[in-house]
Write a protein that binds this ligand. Structure first.
Ligand code: ZN
Ligand code: FE
Length: 257
């Protein structure tokens, strides 16, 4: 059994320009894929390892997260796991899950956390030290509010914030450099953000993923997780606003960045 304090080995399959399909094994030679937006690259990745696909975890219904499901299911007979609340808009689910569910997949225990906001039925998955956050949280950013109000998304982000600092965060998109650009316009004097820029540019030039990030890092650098930081609020002239109001204003600014 893989215990919560252990480190899960997770690998990235880049697809569709800036999406990542995260892959991890719960059995020897059988993998779980998170949000396979495309099938070909995932099949090729499995082929290279002589491995199979036993399960697919879906965070939400957008095409760039489910586009490869039908083909992968046909090829490997993988079981599909997704939110019961969004069953209508997701591919046919083998396991329709809700908040608090705990799935036993091989040696992994996978916990389901409801995070509405980007979409109403968005869920994220936690196993060992890994958190697969789909389009809820990005490094230094968060998902667009397509279906949820700022209040709903803020609550979802608070749930993530309450997890252990060492949690490794696996978002579905490589948006780090752009998000860093936004974060530094808010706080041009933040030494940690300044120091990070060079590293991000090198990774970008080499097509190296900047992910995973950790919750500890995001709590320090992600403006959307820092709505209760009074120093930051002061710098932004938002001290008289509530954390949710600050969040709404920052998300709106980011939409126009
Ligand atoms: Zn999405
Ligand atoms: Fe997406």
């Amino acid at each position: 059994m893989i215990m919560p304090q252990e480190s899960l080995i997770v690998e990235a399959v880049p697809v569709l320009g800036d999406n990542y399909v995260w892959m991890f094994a719960c059995n020897s030679n059988e993998y779980v894929a998170v949000d396979p937006g495309e099938a070909t690259a995932v099949s090729q990745w499995l082929n290279e390892r002589g491995a199979s696909l036993s399960h697919i975890l879906l965070t939400h219904h957008h095409a760039d997260h489910i586009g490869g499901v039908a083909e992968l299911q046909k090829k490997y007979g993988a079981e599909i796991i997704g939110s019961q609340a969004d069953a209508q808009r997701l591919p046919i689910l083998d396991h329709a899950v809700v908040e608090g569910d705990c799935l036993n997949v091989g040696e992994c225990q996978i916990k389901v956390i409801d995070t509405p906001g980007h979409t109403i039925g968005h869920v994220i998955y936690r196993t060992a030290d890994a958190l697969f956050v789909g389009d809820t949280l990005f490094s230094m950013g968060c998902g667009r509010l397509f279906e949820g109000s700022p209040d709903v998304m803020w609550q979802s982000l608070q749930k993530i914030k309450n997890l252990p600092d060492a949690t490794k965060i696996y978002p579905a998109h490589e948006y780090t450099l752009t998000n860093h650009g936004f974060a530094i316009t808010l706080e041009p004097d933040n030494q940690e953000l300044i120091a990070l820029k060079k590293e991000l540019l090198i990774k970008n030039d080499n097509d190296t993923p900047t992910l995973p990030t950790t919750l500890a890092t995001e709590k320090k650098l992600n403006p959307f997780l820092r709505t209760e930081d009074s120093q930051l609020a002061e710098k932004l002239g938002l001290k008289d606003k509530s954390p949710v109001e600050r969040f709404a204003i920052l998300r709106e600014k980011r939409n126009h960045f």
